[in-house]
Design a protein around this ligand. Structure first.
Ligand code: GAR
Length: 202
């Protein structure tokens, strides 16, 4: 059985496209049932529609508070029979209630080797710290930002002469491979969130 996945985006949606592309393979353990954006102008919405994926917009400015915004998203996700949510460049903080309803069933990708460089500008943070290895992380979402149990990571080198853009581009290439792998682990039950830790099985 393929698990039904909803993708939450705010921007260009390149990770979204990597998940849509992976799910085109019938042997991939998940299908993308819905792409949901909090922004009307997210370029990813058009790319999802072109790929034949249903899209919806829940404008955070049109909802009185975070709980109302999250309830509107919840209704759409449940209405589409979504079982797993993947945040793919989704730039809103979710309410604790929403996060706990999707506990163990919601993933995020962050462009650093967590727990290093949480929050904004992770590539800038990496360059400032002088690390020689950087990367990306797929993790279960918990209420604390960029802090959930890790499902998968990929490392890339930091090269002499790198700036934020060149480093971000190298990490993004790794993200596009890592996110489908991480989703596959969770969709097949080979990575599960148990008692606040990721438990892996064959
Ligand atoms: C990606 O690099 C993703 O890891 C990052 O935003 C970018 C979205 O690009 N997410 C975060 O920083 C979340 N904390 P995309 O829209 O092309 O996938």
């Amino acid at each position: 059985m393929r698990r039904r996945v909803g993708l939450l985006i705010s921007g260009r949606g390149s990770n979204m496209m990597s998940l849509i592309a992976a799910a085109k393979d019938p042997s991939f353990p998940a299908e993308i049932g819905l792409v949901l954006s909090n922004r009307h102008d997210a370029p990813g919405l058009g790319r999802a529609s072109e790929a034949g994926i249903p899209t919806a917009i829940v404008d955070h400015r049109a909802h009185g508070d975070r709980a109302a915004f999250d309830a509107a998203m919840e209704a759409l996700l449940v209405g589409e029979g979504i079982e797993i949510v993947c945040l793919a460049g989704f730039m809103r903080i979710l309410s604790d209630g929403f996060v706990s309803r999707w506990e163990g069933r919601m993933l995020n990708i962050h462009p650093s080797l967590l727990p290093l460089f949480k929050g904004l500008h992770p590539h800038r943070q990496a360059l400032r710290a002088g690390v020689r290895v950087h990367g990306c992380t797929v993790h279960f979402v918990v209420p604390e930002l960029d802090s959930g149990p890790i499902v998968a990571q990929a490392a890339v080198p930091v090269l002499a002469g790198d700036d934020e853009d060149s480093l971000a581009a190298r990490v993004l290439e790794a993200e596009h491979v890592l996110y489908p792998d991480g989703l596959s682990l969770v969709a097949t039950g080979r990575a599960r969130l148990i008692d606040g830790r990721t438990v892996f099985s064959a």
